[in-house]
Design a binder for this molecule. Sequence first.
Ligand SMILES: *[C@@H]1O[C@H](CO)[C@@H](O)[C@H](O)[C@H]1NC(C)=O
Ligand SMILES: *[C@@H]1O[C@H](CO)[C@@H](O)[C@H](O)[C@H]1NC(C)=O
Ligand SMILES: *[C@@H]1O[C@H](CO)[C@@H](O)[C@H](O)[C@H]1NC(C)=O
Length: 299
Amino acid sequence: MEAPRDILRRKKRVRQRKLIIVAVVTTLAILLAVIIPLAVILPKDRQSKGLSSIVLLPLYSYAEPEAWKPLFEVLDAHADVNFTIIVNPFNGPGLTQYPENNFVTEIGKLNAYENVRLVGYVRTTWATRDLSTVLADISTYSGWSALESFDDNSTIALAGIFFDETPSIYSPEAAAYLGTINQAVKNASGLLPEKLIIHNPGTTIDPRLDDLSTDITVIFESSYQDYREREAILSSLPKDRLRCSYIIHSLPSKGFRDLGKFVDSISVQAGALFVTDLDERYYKSFGSNWETFVSVMPT
Ligand SMILES: *[C@@H]1O[C@H](CO)[C@@H](O)[C@H](O)[C@H]1NC(C)=O
Ligand SMILES: *[C@@H]1O[C@H](CO)[C@@H](O)[C@H](O)[C@H]1NC(C)=O
Ligand SMILES: *[C@@H]1O[C@H](CO)[C@@H](O)[C@H](O)[C@H]1NC(C)=O
């Protein structure tokens, strides 16, 4: 027979156990009540984590009929996405007044889209290319506005210039060079009123080279692997995302499940984006993730 004190202790233990069970069940119920609605909400919510951005497409391929078909397909399917497209007939505008007929036809078609603006490719070889040659290239592109496209009433007039290989290291000469070429774009009467100026140093620049007339600077142009290595540094930089662009190639095409999540994450850093899974000739054709990339662009 138990002593009365033992009976009391046993009852107390039973009470405590009951309390613990009630506490555990209540906690589980609360957790489930929180987790289940979150699980339902989160997948939908994820898409809105990106910030509205544009596609900056280096279109360096030859304008053979059909060659730009993957581009026209996404333009038709995604009228809500804005595209700034870099045309590059001949490592620049070429040696003739107007580009070849194939380019005239295809560029004219691109210009007919309301969500497209076109810029002409001009390389500057880190501010060492002969300045008068660069000014002549700008002038040639500007002159395109005088020509009408064959197929319809759209013209091949460009909205601005993409300067490739701009310097990232400051010198007074480099700053003066960039100031002159930017001014030449602003002066060019044949470019459309926006007169967009894009610089591509491919890396971050000395702040003294950041001319406010430059609309967008490509502060990252390299492989996905390089991006992962520099991501922390890049994201910690103070910057105006709308004046920044990232161009990232060599994305892993297998095992890259959530391109949307990746594009969301870079859109927070830069407002003009291009990513491709091609690891060579990245700007001369369309990667297997081209359509998916455009479809996940945050608008
Ligand atoms: C081009 O313009 C002319 C005259 O303004 C018009 O009659 C014609 O329908 C236009 N063509 C297209 C394809 O828009
Ligand atoms: C731009 O135009 C201004 C005013 O006409 C002129 O002084 C300047 O030299 C021009 N600069 C370039 C690079 O065309
Ligand atoms: C696209 O461009 C139009 C016209 O400039 C603008 O109203 C719209 O906000 C832009 N959308 C995005 C997602 O950039």
